[in-house]
Design a protein around this ligand. Sequence first.
Ligand code: COA
Ligand code: AMP
Length: 632
Amino acid sequence: MTGKFAEVHKRSIEDREGFWAEVAEGIDWVKKWDKVLDDTNAPLYRWFTGGELNTCYNALDRHVERGKGEQAALIYDSPVTDTKRTYSYSELLNLVATFAGALANQGVGKGDRVIIYMPMIPEALIAMLACARLGAVHSVVFGGFAANELATRIDDASAKYIISASCGIEPGRIVEYKPLLDQAIEIADHKPDGCIVFQRPQCEATMIAGRDVDWHEAVAKAEPHDCVTVKATDPLYVLYTSGTTGQPKGIVRDNGGHAVALNWSMKALYDCDPGDVFWAASDVGWVVGHSYIVYAPLLAGCTSVMYEGKPVGTPDAGAFWRVMAEHKVKCMFTAPTAIRAIKQQDPEGNLAKDYDLSHQKSQFVAGERCDPDTLEWTQRVLGVPVIDHWWQTETGWSIACNCLGIEELPVKIGSPTMHVPGWNLKVLDADGKEVEPGTVGNICGELPLPPGTLPTIWNAEERYLNSYLKPFPGYYMTGDAGYIDEDGYVYVMARTDDIINVAGHRLSTGAMEEVLASHPEVAECAVIGAEDDLKGQMPLGFYVLNAGSALSEEQVSKELVALVREKIGPVAAFKTSCQVKRLPKTRSGKILRGTMRSIADGKPYKAPATIDDPAILDEITENLKSIGYPKG
Ligand code: COA
Ligand code: AMP
């Protein structure tokens, strides 16, 4: 490889410190770092040790101080409430500083953990930035999770305070957040000091006297709060994501490396300059929302769009095109699932013709593997480069991407292009040996990873080491399998663990199995991710009933669906399960989930030589047929 990208990438690996020190000049520091890369505790590396800054200052104050106060910082577009509102940088700064004052009045300060359980409203972003302003550590929980999941996070983070809203709005139903919040606090062992609740007119929450405080009342009594200086290595947030067990992993993000990498990424990856309009159609509860609705666009002085709606049904499959045209979006980012949903309802993409999309220069997709059909369709309908890029909650920003702001490389459909500057990807076999180009193996990143990636897991350093760093010494194991071709293009094929990707949402089948197993009549169970035309994957449960159980399959299946919804939440989209007499296993007792997945997807499979009883596979095939698998 030659050219600008190859040159930049080479430097980022061969002169890591020089490269990132230059990039770090894009951030305003209270105190410059002592060390760019601190390797004294390798393989746990830290970036910019000794440096001091405030992330909120970099996202808001500095732009206002430099005369950009009147520029739009945030455009809130909510078809579900029929609201549109633009916030200038000065306005947003004032709201954030005052809310930070309100939080400080409640006793929240540097280092305290604050859970944010809110829908896609500007107050969610204001709450996040207010925490950053105070040096408090926010932990945003996605609204589609149930009380139980919220409680797990309250406990793990030992949250001092909670910020919530009365409700979220899903097409066709109001999701009351407050009863879920009350239930979560009741379940949790750790009790927060209090809650600030934003009342939405669609549903007023009942407040608990002495614990709950109304957002507006808290703000009315508050004075704007200044930025609190924190260390570059202090945590900015903890974001929980699915691991291989029911216990989610609290991914830690630091202040310094995060600000440096995200600020730089707006130009390098997305080719966006200050003043450009950027729209990530995600949710603030996910990492994409953290990085590209809130932090990166604001750090870089762009205008960020926050959309409270769906790709379809709010009101139609032209909603995304309407938002892009109306707000003159230059660069848009969504999940392939959202595009598949649009394509399903408007196969020819005719609705896009109703809008002036001339401001759009690129379309990015991520969150799940992008199938070639979806990529080609999007390219045809929008007529701009459609860039698939690969990342994870852990990494905070892209691992592999076609970096439009450095050099646009030819697109190879099915590949998110190449490792971005700072990442040196290798594909390793089970013994940790690098494989030949084109050979599938474990995709790993050579250590140290670039700034902005996770330094650890909250309260679980050993888990961090065991899950990511110890399997292949000297590397971060991404948990994704795939290959790199002769030209260096990366192909991400599948997870190597039990994580599945449902509509761009990351879920653990292990966590679902724990829920199914808790049903008193279930003796054994397994959950797999079966292929789905719209959502990429859908969970599919298998269960064996206790001997002598009198429950019907219909009854148990209904109860299991309800149980997963209650324990994990609607986001799990667990709708189907299949009763079987036995689960297929190896002689050593390992459940053959991969083989079950092949049967459910109608793919050829070879029973492993170690299978306990091959006849079970025919039984499973028949059982699956009776509930409509394989589909299509
Ligand atoms: N709060 C409460 N409930 C939520 C929720 C939220 N923030 N988000 C989703 N849910 C609920 C949904 O209402 C649905 O409930 P239901 O079972 O009662 O219908 C359930 O969780 C599953 O949601 P989802 O998987 O999103 O399916 P859907 O059928 O409602 O919508 C799509 C399908 C394709 C429109 C939607 O999945 C989508 O927009 N996906 C893109 C996701 C995305 O952008 N991810 C970010 C990655 S970058
Ligand atoms: P999350 O942490 O929710 O962002 O999910 C991360 C996982 O989603 C990755 O480990 C991949 O399995 C998958 N993923 C994200 N982006 C892509 C992509 N562009 N191509 C293939 N898989 C992806």
